[in-house]
Design a protein around this ligand. Sequence first.
Ligand code: G6P
Length: 470
Amino acid sequence: MPHADFVVVANRLPVDHDPEGGWRRSPGGLVTALEPVMRKSDGAWVGWAGKPDVEIEPFEADGMQLIPISLSAEDVELYYEGFSNDTIWPLYHDVIAAPRYRREWWNAYVAVNRRFAEAAAEAAAEGGTVWVQDYQLQLVPKFLRELRPDLTIGYFHHIPFPAYGLYSQLPWRKQVLEGLLGADVIGFQRVADAGNFARAVRRQLRYETKATGIRVPQEDGSTRVALAKAFPISIDASSYIALAEREDIQARAKEIREELGNPKTILLGVDRLDYTKGIRHRMKAFGELLQDSRVDVEDVTLVQVASPSRERVETYMQLRDEIELTVGRINGDYDTMGHTAIRYLHQAFPREEMVALYLAADVMLVTALRDGMNLVAKEYVASRIDNRGVLVLSEFAGAADELGSSLLVNPHDIQGLKDTIMRAIEMPASEQGRRMRSLRRRVREHDVEDWSDEFLSALAQVRGTEGVGS
Ligand code: G6P
């Protein structure tokens, strides 16, 4: 077993097991965000390989020690699809879909979180640092501290933390707060998320909070201060810029436009197929613009990439059916032989193709009803090295706190969304340039490396240890 000074614990390993042998990079913002940090710090990564019932020995890939956690088919059903994605996910995204509270799921969540904590405890060197990621593993900080009080423990929450009135629905609300408070630093995307967490701690546990510090009583009667603070995540901006500069990718962007019949305007949506993303709202607005003849199918096409996600969870199956029905209806009503209203792609694409799409798209539509951050918004901005293109961004995405030069929208307001899409389509090049330059500055100046540096130095400060990962 390796003894690593720096260990990341996440539900997923940053690679997927390829059925034909070998490993493939896995999709998802989290992986994209952490990979460069891991490479630099020679760390170990504890996570699930993404398939049930496979036992894999620890191995090295891309300069990282990977430590697979095996999940049985039942673990996947109860811990991952059940508690993580049918209880916590909808509850933390403001109950856009109804969360289901099942004791069997909770029991599996506790047991699997314990196993992740045990694996991290085994991998970490004396006095090392462990960084736990996201909502699937909220109990790991506490379990890990019990096993290894010598470790410095960080936790980052990639999704929203809901307002107290919603959070208090959770039957295990106290246990989850106690689980998170096992960490020395609990990081959130937005200031509002950190505030919601501190309030829940005050109300449920009666612990004292002061600014970003929380006094956590210890068994020996002393107290320890945990930090709960916003650290907005970002992307590896320079890698997107490098791709956007490649001639073959620019040529591919042109080709995409041609393949779509050279419309005047390409609107683009890129999301995991998830009910939090507001894909239906976006399609409704676009469908009405066609109906009102404010746009013509010969001139404007919406490309919607919806990558498959959590396909065995009922709410996701329903969403897919609804979206595909909507696409079929809109296309049936408005397509011509040469032009399509919505080009819908239920697929995942490599990064090169995504950057070509970003370059081809005149307007990027990010209309999430609730989103921790939304890295797609930042990827689009980073890729627009030509300082053109318009970002339409939901005010309910964490990215709205930083990307104020976008066109901010309330996706529930369909009339407002329609008017904003029209404004984006008609925006003069000079205004596009002014806004895009300011957006790009922000994303370049605050990339994923700054994010991890800031988090890890806050962690080092709380424990008075040396910084890692920088
Ligand atoms: C979000 C979550 C991540 C998750 C990703 C993909 O970004 O914050 O923790 O990995 O979605 O979802 P999946 O369920 O496929 O891991």
